[in-house]
Design a protein around this ligand. Structure first.
Ligand SMILES: [Zn+2]
Length: 432
């Protein structure tokens, strides 16, 4: 870091860029889509006067996992990073942006969210936080509202939360179905999600559909049969909530194995509320991620440490349900790759803010500010098996954030403060 460096000032506003207006308009109108047609122009832009640049490439800068370069610059060309390094060595470019002594970090990769939904569960949250009993239907409440919503309503809701997340620095997000639980409603949720991201997850196995409450086996047959056939064309991933009251280990294995046979790759809601088979199953099936990981045995931690499976921690859920925090320190010390995501959903974690999750992880889960930032960027990319995002090195996608702070440490040091002062996605300046 650079102690004593002045914080951002109004004078740090970007220099006029004649191409910026149209580029910004294009980017904002398409900011929540992943279509290549929405990439920036091929003009090169130098972002210079960066107090501290996080590259997530340990071969750069201070050789830490963050690959931190001080007094740095970045060159964006089209939708890619073309160059990073000491600002005094920056090459000539078409355009120039003065970062004004602020920090630049990779865009956040939110690898776990549930954004295709309708309805509201304010009363449920209010009752929980007020210590009052509340007997409404939990996920079933959202399922009923989602089924009743039109396609247009679901898409408008999704777009609303994507823009909210983008303003807070999320440049890549994964999202899931799981509030339809019929063939028609799961397939349409995925179709709507697929118009906005490449990282779409089929979660027909969120809970046993209320329509099959008396015969869970028939619902597993539907999820692995007709529903899978209808959903697979829109999804990259398949997920299951492996937990008491949802799906047991054998059911989860059957569901994920069926998905793999259809070309979907597994990820699992595992070991959130209790000890169970989810993490071991994730490793057995080479799942990209085991998500939640709050209740882990030593054998679970060892299995994760000796696998490619990322442990994705979701502190918004523990915050919103006053539950026990996952022990990030234990996982990191064992050598497990950890990602940090929002789990944004209307029931148990209604935050779209990755910076909020970073602050919680540092305060309550034993992560250092450096580790939390890495997990919310490179860790999220690892949980999606992506190497083109979550880092700022030549060839990576030009997704980067300008913080209104001299260092990324401020994300945890100044919790709740909107520090994301600028967002570039696919090389286009899309906000602030
Ligand atoms: Zn979730």
């Amino acid at each position: 870091m650079t102690p004593g460096r002045p914080p951002a000032r109004p004078a740090c506003a970007p220099e006029p860029d004649p191409t910026a207006d149209q580029a910004t308009k294009d980017a904002m109108s398409n900011a929540t889509t992943d279509s290549p047609a929405h990439s920036a122009s091929t003009a090169s832009t130098l972002i210079t006067n960066i107090a501290a640049l996080v590259t997530n490439d340990p071969s750069l800068g201070d050789s830490s996992p963050l690959g931190l370069i001080q007094d740095a610059a970045v060159v964006i060309e089209g939708d890619r990073v073309a160059w990073t390094g000491d600002q005094s060595k920056a090459p000539a470019t078409d355009n120039r942006f003065d970062a004004g002594g602020r920090a630049v970090i990779p865009g956040f990769v939110d690898s776990h969210s549930h954004l295709v939904f309708a309805g509201d569960r304010t009363q449920e949250f209010n009752a929980r936080m007020s210590g009052r009993p509340y007997s409404a239907g939990g996920i079933r409440t959202t399922v009923a509202a989602t089924r009743a919503a039109s396609d247009e309503e679901l898409e408008a809701n999704l777009t609303h939360y994507l823009r909210e997340a983008l303003r807070q620095g999320t440049t890549t997000f994964e999202t899931k179905s799981g509030y339809g639980l019929t063939v028609r409603d799961e397939a349409r949720a995925l179709r709507i999600a697929a118009a906005h991201t490449d990282e779409v997850t089929y979660l027909g196995a969120h809970i046993v559909s209320p329509d099959h409450a008396d015969d869970p086996a028939s619902y597993v047959a539907l999820v692995t049969g007709e529903m899978l056939d209808a959903c697979a064309p829109y999804a990259r991933w398949i997920d299951v909530f492996c937990e008491k009251g949802a799906f047991d280990g054998d059911q989860a294995r059957a569901i994920l194995t069926a998905g793999k046979a259809k070309g979907l790759h597994p990820r699992i809601h595992a070991n959130q509320l209790s000890y169970g088979p989810g993490v071991q199953l994730a490793v057995e099936l080479d799942a990209a991620s085991a998500d939640h990981c709050t209740h882990l045995t030593d054998a679970d931690v060892d299995a994760l440490a000796n696998s490619r499976t990322v442990a994705t921690l979701l502190p918004g859920a523990e915050f919103s349900t006053r539950a026990e925090w996952p022990d990030a320190r234990r996982l990191l010390d064992a050598g497990v790759t950890v990602a940090l995501s929002t789990d944004c959903n209307p029931g148990s974690s209604f935050t779209s803010s990755v910076p909020f999750c970073i602050a919680l992880a540092v305060r309550d889960m034993g992560m250092t500010p450096d580790e939390a930032l890495w997990s919310a960027t490179a860790g999220g990319a690892a949980a999606l098996r992506r190497d083109d995002i979550g880092r700022l090195t030549p060839g990576s996608r030009a997704d980067l954030l300008l913080l209104d702070a001299p260092s990324h440490v401020h994300l945890a040091y100044r919790p709740g403060v909107p520090l994301v002062g600028g967002v570039w996605r696919k090389g286009a300046h899309v906000g602030s």
